[in-house]
Design a binder for this molecule. Structure first.
Ligand SMILES: *[C@@H]1O[C@H](CO)[C@@H](O)[C@H](O)[C@H]1NC(C)=O
Length: 779
């Protein structure tokens, strides 16, 4: 090092002069921190002292403050460093820094002043107050921002303490150093480029303070700059567009997809909240998002038919308000959840049965809201009905008749149209159309039978219904509404309509007049049934009408002839044996059957023991021989009764003359009649026979005359005879045959007798046998 020896002339201080004998002063400059034994200066030489004097004077030194920094080498007369001299310790920032050393000699006492100036040596580094500087700077800070730093200090002085600063090179910061009025510097960290936490979260810079010593010393501080996050980053989704598919009808709560956004910011600034900002179409209520996880769930009913695709805009928002968005495209997959829909566009609920094949009955529209196979629909109907489906357009089908229809076989069709889609599983629906086949008059009325037999009791009251017949018509409505008519014909030359009428609506037959079996027994009418169609159809049936007998006629006695005068007696020869046929009562009954079945009864006779009567043949016979005692005149009362219900009867009184001979008999009965008797004796018989023939002839004449009288009295019975409508007086010969024991008698013949009343010369007009058939009525 450089020792500057300042040898100044000895100065005497007035003050010192007063106290001491100050002989000289010497000034040295030494740098601080010299090694021990380092030479400060040759005091003896510089003070002009002899080495020996130092010895003899017991030279000693005193250092100001008592510290022993120096030592006096009395052998050499040099002042050397004894201890460490630290300028900073001695003087701190006082400048110049001097130590006063007194050299004291004795014998004589002499004082010498040695001033040692301690020269600063750059032995101190600049020192920052802290080892580290930690700064927190928001990345949002703008360039130009300053951040004050504490400056470094240096214990050295002067140039050794004069500092400059440097900063490790970086692009964000610079130093700004300002000299302050007191000479110190203030250091600011100047932001020259905005920080980006996301790029570099922590900057470590070294700030170096350099003093101007030689060599210079440095002090370093580490500046740790933590870049504080500013919400300068918006959340960013991992994908711009997410795509997902979901089946329609997916249950609510189904997790569709999860979207994720990241935010480069930290903590709060990276706290993302998700929300749905927009859903296309009507999907506003269909989705929900978990605000924190970003999971998107189904919230409503997804229906492919109302929305096939949704575009959801998802927003992610960080706490600082930064937002990012993405799109989620949700494709809805069709599920076969719609049944085919059959719509009836038009329908004729009624078609006439004569419609030909191909007549359109209905037009249907088939729709299925599903798509693809799920929406492809096939229609079919039952094969067994005469209808078919014809598709005319894409989804229009017509239901047509496939054959001729017949209402009388099937009047109504329930046509079920089945529609089935091709989904898996497929769905189907059906529609039933009821088609009425309307009637066309294609059926004629039909009677059950061609021939009917009807019975009517005679003496009916006019207007009575006695029979009903119906015709059926397979058609319906007016086409089957049948009216009944009687075909005009004549019955006994009178229009049948004066006998019978018919209710034209229900076919009930009424008797117009009261029938008399004895006049009309049977006739035939033809009834026509006509339907109400247009044109109409008709049918006819024959009805045989039988007038039924009623027991309305009492038996009529033909023989013995009854008139007002007492009848002629029957002859009974006294010679007659038992079993002798006295007479035979002949009676007829105009009725027929049971009503004409006559029974003869002997009601009263003069002598009960003499006669018996054949109950069926009316033969009055003797039951014993006639005796002389038997009275000549016998009276027998006979009742003839028919078998009707109630029975009718007629009585006849027969006088029997018991005679010995024919002339006697004539004498005995002087009345009108004569009789013949029969004898067992053949000769007698022959005589009698001749007599009887003559008698019968006369009798007949008498009877005839009697009839004339009788007729005149009861002319009304015969009044019609003159104009051709003669009453029928059937004569039944005694040839009734009880056929088959049924009790009914069959008329084999009858004779029609016409009598005149107007002719003066009465006679028979004609008598002829008639084969009586039921179909003929003649007079
Ligand atoms: C058609 O359906 C109706 C109503 O269900 C029913 O009354 C009728 O009997 C059915 N007709 C046929 C021919 O099946």
């Amino acid at each position: 090092f450089n020792i500057t020896l300042l040898k100044t002339k000895i100065q005497y201080s007035i003050f010192n002069f007063g106290l001491y004998f100050l002989t000289g002063e010497v000034r040295y400059s030494i740098p601080e921190e010299m090694l021990t034994e380092s030479l400060v200066g040759n005091v003896a030489k510089d003070l002009g002292l002899d080495i020996r004097r130092l010895k003899t004077g017991s030279a000693r030194i005193f250092t100001e403050g008592g510290a022993e920094y120096f030592e006096l080498n009395t052998n050499k007369g040099t002042l050397v460093v004894k201890g460490r001299i630290d300028r900073e310790e001695l003087c701190a920032q006082i400048f110049p820094c001097t130590l006063n050393v007194q050299v004291v000699l004795e014998n004589p006492i002499e004082f010498y002043e040695v001033i040692v100036e301690i020269i600063d040596v750059n032995d101190n580094d600049p020192i920052f107050p802290n080892k580290n500087i930690k700064l927190e700077i928001s990345e949002a800070s703008m360039p130009g921002s300053r951040f004050a730093l504490l400056s470094a200090t240096d214990n050295d002085v002067g140039l050794n303490a004069l500092q400059t600063y440097t900063l490790t090179p970086n692009e964000n910061f610079n130093l700004k150093i300002r000299k302050q009025s007191d000479g110190s510097s203030s250091i600011d960290l100047l932001l020259i480029k905005q920080l980006d936490r996301e790029k570099l979260e922590e900057h470590v810079l070294l700030l170096i303070a350099i003093d101007s010593g030689s060599p210079p010393r440095t002090g370093t501080v580490e500046i740790q700059i933590v870049v504080l996050d500013a919400n300068d980053n918006a959340p960013v989704f991992t994908q711009d567009i997410y795509k997902t598919t979901v089946e329609e009808n997916t249950s609510i709560g189904y997790m569709l997809i999860s979207v994720t956004a990241t935010d480069a910011d930290k903590e709060m600034h990276a706290l993302i909240t998700y929300s749905l900002t927009h859903v296309t179409g009507n999907g506003g209520d269909l989705f929900e998002i978990n605000p924190s996880s970003g999971g998107i769930k189904v919230k409503g009913h997804l229906d492919y038919e109302t929305g096939k695709m949704y575009e959801i805009t998802v927003q992610a928002k960080d706490a600082g308000g930064g937002t990012g968005s993405c799109k989620v495209i949700v494709d809805i997959i069709d599920v076969n959840d719609n049944i085919p829909l059959i719509t009836l566009m038009s329908v004729s609920s009624e078609i006439p049965e004569d419609s030909g094949p191909g007549t359109v009955v209905a037009v249907i529209k088939v729709q299925d809201k599903d798509s693809g196979k799920n929406g492809k629909v096939f229609c079919l109907i039952d094969d067994n009905i005469p209808f078919k489906l014809k598709s005319s357009m894409t989804n229009l089908q017509s239901l047509e008749t496939g054959a001729f229809l017949d209402r009388e076989i099937t009047s109504q069709y329930n046509i079920t149209i089945f529609a089935r889609d091709e989904g898996d599983p497929s769905l189907s629906s059906s529609l039933t159309i009821t088609v009425e086949v309307s009637d066309v008059n294609d059926n004629a009325p039909k009677f059950d039978k061609q021939h009917y037999t009807a019975y009517i009791m005679e003496n009916n009251s006019p207007g009575n219904s006695f029979f009903s017949l119906r015709a059926k018509d397979d058609d319906s409505g007016v086409n089957s509404k049948i009216s009944y008519f009687i075909d005009q014909s004549l019955v006994q030359n009178i229009s049948v309509l004066s006998y019978i009428s018919i209710n034209f609506e229900d076919g009930t037959l009424y008797a117009v007049q009261s029938f008399d079996y004895e006049q009309v027994k049977r006739f035939q009418i033809s009834v026509i049934a006509k339907d109400g169609g247009s044109p109409s159809f008709s049918a006819s049936a024959i009805i045989d009408i039988f007038v039924q007998d009623q027991n309305d006629n009492a038996p009529q006695i033909l023989y013995p002839i009854q008139n007002k005068a007492s009848p002629g007696p029957e002859m009974l020869p006294r010679t007659a044996d038992d079993g002798y046929l006295v007479t035979k009562v002949v009676a007829v009954d105009k009725d027929s059957g049971q009503n004409a079945w006559l029974t003869y009864k002997l009601i009263k006779s003069t002598d009960q023991t003499l006669f018996k009567l054949g109950p069926h043949n009316g033969e009055l016979r003797t039951i014993r021989e006639v005796t002389e005692k038997d009275p000549t005149r016998q009276t027998v009362v006979i009742s003839v009764e028919d078998n009707g219900q109630p029975a009718q009867s007629t009585t006849v009184t027969i006088n029997v003359a018991v005679t010995d001979s024919f002339p006697q008999a004539l004498l005995e009965f002087k009345e009108l009649s004569q009789e013949a008797n029969r004898e067992s004796d053949l000769k007698f018989y022959l005589v009698i026979a001749l007599t009887v023939v003559s008698f019968l002839f006369i009798t007949f004449i008498v009877i005839f005359v009697t009839f004339k009288i009788y007729s005149w009295r009861r002319s009304r019975l015969f009044k019609a005879c003159s104009n051709g409508n003669l009453p029928v007086i059937p004569y039944y010969p005694p040839r009734y045959a009880d056929v088959g024991g049924t009790g009914t008698l069959r008329h084999v013949y009858n004779y029609e007798v016409c009598l005149t009343t107007d002719s003066g010369r009465s006679d028979f007009k004609y008598i002829k046998p008639v084969l009586h058939t039921y179909s003929e009525f003649r007079i």
